[in-house]
Write a protein that binds this ligand. Structure first.
Ligand code: TRP
Ligand code: SF4
Length: 336
C-alpha cells in the first residue's frame, strides 16, 4: 500500500482559498507522508477555457506554487510539476483521442455543466480543446501511472472517463496503463461568507490563504449573520448565520458550543462574535502566511522546486511513453 502513487492537480486560474485548503490541500499534506505524490499545475487545461487570457494562467503558476508550499506540501516528499513542460502528456492525449467518442464527451456531466456555465466564452459551439479536456486529464493521470487521485466530487465523471480510456487502451494494445481510483476528500464544499454554496473570486466571498490579517477581519465583518438580530439581546439563530458556520471550522468545539448557546439566548453581540472568529482564522492561517513569506522572499528557490519537480516528472512520463509507443507499434528504428 505504502508506495501507491498519487496524481492530482489544479488549474492555475486564481489564488487558492480556505475552501481549497479544507477541501483538498490539507488532505494532500497528510497523504504525501504515505504515498508517492505528484501534483500537476495544469496550465494546458487552464488554457482550454482561458485561451484568450494567457497572462492570467502564467501569473497563477507562481501563485499556486506558493499556495502549495505555504500549506506544507513538501518538495522533498511531493513532486510539483508544470503540465505544459511535459510534452508526453500532449502526445498521449492525441493517442487517447481515438478511444473516446464525441457523444461520450458530450455526456460527461462535469463537462456538460461547465459548458452551460461558459456560454459567454463559447457561444453556441464549444471548442474541440474544451470538449476534449477529459482526454487530456486522462493523459495527465496515466502518464505517471497514477493510482490514486485525491479530488472533489465534481471530478468523479472525469476519473470515470479516464478509467474507460485505460480499459479501452489496455484491451487493444495490451496491459500497459493503470486504472486510477478517486479518493474523495472528507470535507464538503465550504460555503462563501455570504452564504453562497460556492466560494470564489467573482463572488467576493472567499478568504484566500494569502490574505493579510486586515483583509481577513474586513471580510469576516461583512459576513452574513442572522438578519433578525438587531440588538444584542434579540434571540439569535446560529443555523442561518455564516459566522456560526465558520466558527465550526476554525473554533474549538467548546467555544463553538458557547457561541451557539449565547447567540440563541441573546447573550452575544454579533460584532464581538465576528471579531473572535476573525482572530481564530488569523491564528489558523498564521503559519501558512509565514511559510508563504519565506518562499516569496526566495523566488529562485520556488523556480528551482518547479524545475526539478518537472524534470523528475518528465522522466516518468518518458518511460510510460516508451511503453505506450511499443504497445502501439510506434517504436520505429529501435534495436531489437
Ligand atoms: N480538473 C481538475 C480541476 O479542475 C484539475 C486537474 C487537471 C486534475 N489534471 C488533473 C485533477 C489530474 C486531478 C488529476 O480541479
Ligand atoms: Fe451569528 Fe454570532 Fe451574531 Fe449569533 S451572535 S447571529 S452566531 S454573529
Amino acid at each position: 500500500m505504502k508506495n501507491k502513487r498519487i496524481l492530482t492537480g489544479d488549474r492555475p486560474t486564481g489564488k487558492m482559498h480556505i475552501g481549497h485548503y479544507f477541501g483538498s490541500l490539507k488532505n494532500r499534506v497528510k497523504m504525501q507522508e504515505e504515498y508517492e505524490t505528484y501534483i500537476e499545475i495544469a496550465d494546458v487545461q487552464a488554457l482550454t477555457d482561458n485561451f484568450n487570457n494567457p497572462e492570467k494562467v502564467r501569473k497563477n503558476i507562481k501563485e499556486i506554487a506558493l499556495d502549495y508550499l505555504s500549506v506544507g506540501i513538501n518538495p522533498e516528499k511531493a513532486t510539483i510539476f508544470i503540465q505544459s513542460m511535459i510534452p508526453e502528456i500532449a502526445e498521449l492525449t492525441v493517442f487517447y483521442s481515438n478511444l473516446v467518442t464525441i457523444a461520450r464527451l458530450e455526456r460527461n456531466p462535469t463537462v456538460k455543466t461547465e459548458i452551460a456555465q461558459k456560454k459567454e466564452l463559447f457561444g453556441e459551439s464549444v471548442t474541440y480543446g474544451f470538449l476534449g479536456y477529459p482526454v487530456s486529464q486522462a493523459a495527465d493521470i496515466t502518464a505517471f501511472k497514477g493510482e490514486l487521485v485525491p479530488a472533489g466530487e465534481d471530478q468523479m465523471p472525469l476519473i470515470e472517463q479516464c478509467r474507460e480510456i485505460v480499459r479501452k487502451f489496455n484491451s487493444i494494445y495490451g496491459e500497459i496503463l493503470k486504472e486510477p481510483e478517486i479518493v474523495l476528500s472528507e470535507t464538503k464544499r465550504i460555503k462563501g461568507l455570504d452564504g453562497n454554496e460556492k466560494m470564489g473570486k467573482s463572488l467576493g466571498n472567499a478568504i484566500y490563504l494569502s490574505d493579510s490579517p486586515e483583509e481577513i477581519t474586513k471580510k469576516v465583518m461583512g459576513a452574513v449573520t442572522d438578519p433578525n438580530r438587531i440588538k444584542k439581546d434579540d434571540l439569535g439563530n446560529p443555523d442561518i448565520c455564516m459566522v456560526a458556520y465558520y466558527h465550526n471550522l476554525f473554533t474549538s468545539k467548546e467555544e463553538c458550543k458557547a457561541v451557539c448557546e449565547e447567540c440563541k439566548a441573546g447573550k452575544r453581540g454579533c460584532v464581538a462574535c465576528k471579531k473572535q472568529l476573525a482572530q481564530n482564522i488569523i491564528d489558523t492561517l498564521e503559519p501558512i502566511r509565514e511559510k508563504r513569506t519565506y518562499y516569496e522572499e526566495r523566488p529562485e528557490l520556488v523556480d528551482k522546486i518547479l524545475i526539478e519537480g518537472t524534470n523528475k516528472a518528465r522522466q516518468i512520463a518518458k518511460e510510460t511513453m516508451e511503453e505506450v509507443k511499443k504497445a502501439m507499434k510506434l517504436d520505429y528504428f529501435k534495436e531489437q
